[in-house]
Design a protein around this ligand. Structure first.
Ligand SMILES: [Ca+2]
Ligand SMILES: [Ca+2]
Ligand SMILES: [Ca+2]
Length: 446
């Protein structure tokens, strides 16, 4: 329950209120503000305004004023003189929930609101104020004078050390006969800290350590693990959220089976650098205090890597990589979906064999073929629009070729119809390998 007795002090509007005038208004103790721990305890610390009137006090001189006997002020003014006046920006501060170990500060502003100076005789914290609240010690120095219209800022800090409600008050003794003691009530609650997101990763099949910086070959699957994230006592992590915030052009892979699981996986479908971020939320609905990050960099691969991407959702485009002894769409010298890992060159060596590393049948690609140890030959690269799978979208193709790890060739290719074949390029392998552009479209596999 809130204390019933209203505070009787002068409040001025802040500059953000356009209708603000210098006319003081009465602020009741029921003015807005959240906060935890408001209870009967709060009222025990309240100090009423000495006047006890609860009335709106006019800004001009009041002929029936009686000076505050306790105040260290000049002799009582002539009744025809204006009285000193002080106004305050807030009568309470609700800090809300603050994590243990954190500090939140708010600023009160006192303003002299009459034609004569007002004395600020003392600024202090109420006797039962929680030690979580502090004000600048220099503010407690007695005897300040505020000239007409001038202001004084009072910074109040809240740094809870215990998980509990905290209450307190700032007390300000002034020479304003209607506000000899201003009270600003303080409320706040300490809560235990936030959840901490912890992310680690490792390539599938690797027995290396779980880490935040992974190096892995292109076309490997990276397993991600957020299960080391921690939640504050009494709570648990109920929500994981992964995001891919950086990836190379052409990469389309998504976190599987979902980016909202603790342990998803990502196919690294294109050479380059990837950055993933993890955030968590605990069972109170509170977000974690950090964003965890994973970086994945593909290892540099020798030889040839080719990839094709396409724009039509659901469509199936097939990449072809042809040995000079072969012909398109025929084993063993065309490497493609029907002949994904032929044995070329030396029969008992696999390093000199191409392989279809990623076979995509449902849209976007990339589809990918690599060959680590090419022979000094002229290879051919093509793409066949195998099936539109009833997609009605136009299908634009893009090809990329890496030679010895460097992206050497990018072609934003043609828009093709189902059945058409794009003869993309030749790769002449040797000490200085090079790409020769062909860029011809056939209505069928040539
Ligand atoms: Ca395909
Ligand atoms: Ca071989
Ligand atoms: Ca796909």
């Amino acid at each position: 329950m809130r204390p019933a007795a209203p505070l009787c002090i002068t409040v001025f509007c802040l500059a953000i209120a356009p209708a603000c005038t210098d006319t003081p208004r009465y602020a009741s103790a029921d003015s807005s503000g959240g906060g935890v721990g408001r209870g009967a305890d709060a009222s025990t610390d309240r100090v009423s305004d000495a006047s006890g009137s609860g009335d709106v006090r006019p800004n001009d001189a009041a002929p029936d004023r009686v000076p505050d006997a306790a105040a260290d002020t000049p002799p009582p003014p002539d009744v025809s003189d204006p009285a000193p006046c002080v106004a305050i920006s807030e009568t309470e501060i609700a800090f809300g929930d603050v994590a243990l170990g954190a500090t939140v500060s708010r600023t009160l502003t006192l303003r002299s609101c009459a034609e004569i100076p007002v004395q600020i005789q003392a600024i202090s914290l109420g006797r039962d104020t929680s030690p979580a609240f502090t004000i600048e010690p220099s503010l407690e120095r007695p005897g300040r004078t505020l000239g007409p219209g001038s202001t004084l800022d009072i910074e109040v800090r809240f740094a809870p050390g215990t998980e509990a409600g905290h209450v307190g008050a700032v007390l300000i003794a002034t020479s304003d006969p209607d506000s000899t003691t201003l009270q600003v009530s303080l409320y706040g609650a300490g809560r235990t800290g936030c959840a901490e997101a912890v992310a680690v990763a490792r390539a599938r099949g690797s027995d290396g350590p779980w880490t935040t910086e992974v190096q892995a070959p292109t076309a490997s699957t990276i397993e991600l693990d957020a299960s080391r994230s921690t939640a504050p006592p009494g709570t648990m992590i109920v929500d994981y959220s992964w995001a891919i915030v950086q990836r190379p052009a052409g990469s389309n892979g998504s976190l599987m089976p979902s980016n909202r699981l603790a342990t998803p996986a990502l196919l690294i479908d294109t050479p380059g650098r990837y950055t993933l971020e993890l955030t968590v939320r605990d069972s109170r609905g509170q977000p974690g205090c950090n964003t965890a990050r994973i970086t994945i960099v593909t290892t540099v691969e020798p030889g040839i890597q080719i990839q094709v991407n396409w724009t039509s959702d659901g469509a199936d485009v097939d990449l072809h990589f042809l040995h000079p002894r072969g012909r398109w769409d025929a084993s063993p010298h065309d490497c493609y979906w029907l002949n994904p890992s032929p044995n070329w060159a030396v029969l008992d060596s696999a390093d000199d064999d191409p392989s279809l590393d990623i076979d995509d049948v449902d849209g976007f690609g990339p589809e990918r073929i690599s060959l680590r140890q090419p022979e000094p030959l002229m290879y051919s690269v093509g793409a066949h629009y195998f099936s539109d799978h009833n997609s009605e979208e136009p299908n634009a193709l893009t090809a990329r070729i890496w030679l010895n790890g460097s992206l050497t060739f990018v072609s934003e290719g043609p828009i093709v119809a189902q059945g058409q074949f794009w003869d993309i390029a030749r790769i002449e392998w040797g000490p200085e390998p090079r790409v020769i552009v062909i860029n011809r479209v056939y209505d069928d596999i040539p």
